[in-house]
Design a protein around this ligand. Structure first.
Ligand SMILES: Nc1nc2c(c(=O)[nH]1)N=C([C@H](O)[C@H](O)COP(=O)(O)OP(=O)(O)OP(=O)(O)O)CN2
Ligand code: ZN
Length: 159
């Protein structure tokens, strides 16, 4: 049976701020992110009549993404940890996800694929749409087992 890829698409809303960015993304703003999760494998055979012909039940895929990604990021302020608004939001009981890295589409895609891979999902890649015209894609095989590298210092965040 040939390797087959399946994909399920999710959306979540989050706010962020790219401290130090030279453009408009230095402002606190939000996105409705679209997340495409691609899982690959061989379709299951007759030994499992419930899942026969599935690479993976879409419902199971959805449950993992909910636990590992959307429950954490949806309607949260996704934070590197250095934003002035962080403490005010925390103090007011607003949902925050302090991620420790600059919340670019690239870094978020790496974070998401690593979490899904670590949770045991046979994820091949994720594509994260930050806007309707901009996305970042990361392949799980290219993320080290000990975790992805994020740009912790330098670039536009240098202060
Ligand atoms: N390589 C990256 N560039 C930018 C990122 C990023 O994560 N990676 N992020 C931003 C901003 O957060 C924001 O996404 C603005 O992006 P942009 O595509 O410029 O948004 P627009 O609303 O202007 O999109 P249009 O579809 O062109 O109107 C900036 N850059
Ligand atoms: Zn943004």
């Amino acid at each position: 049976m040939p390797t087959t890829r399946i994909c399920k698409i999710f959306t979540f809303d989050a706010a962020h701020q790219l401290i130090g960015h030279s453009g408009k993304c230095a402002n606190l703003h939000g996105h409705t992110y679209t997340l495409e999760v691609v899982v690959s494998g061989e379709p299951i055979g007759e030994e499992n009549p419930s899942d026969e012909g599935f690479v993976m039940d879409f419902a199971k895929l959805k449950a993992v993404v909910k636990t590992e990604v959307t429950d954490i990021l949806d309607h949260a302020f996704i934070s590197r940890g250095n934003e002035p608004a962080l403490e005010v939001l925390r103090a007011s009981g607003s949902k925050v996800a302090v991620l420790g890295f600059r919340t670019t589409a690239e870094n978020l895609a790496r974070y998401i694929v690593y979490r899904l891979k670590t949770a045991g999902l046979p994820v091949e890649s994720v594509k994260l749409w930050e806007t309707q015209t901009a996305w970042a894609q990361v392949y799980a095989a290219e993320v080290p087992d000990d975790g992805p590298f994020y740009q912790e210092v330098g670039g536009c965040d240098s202060e």
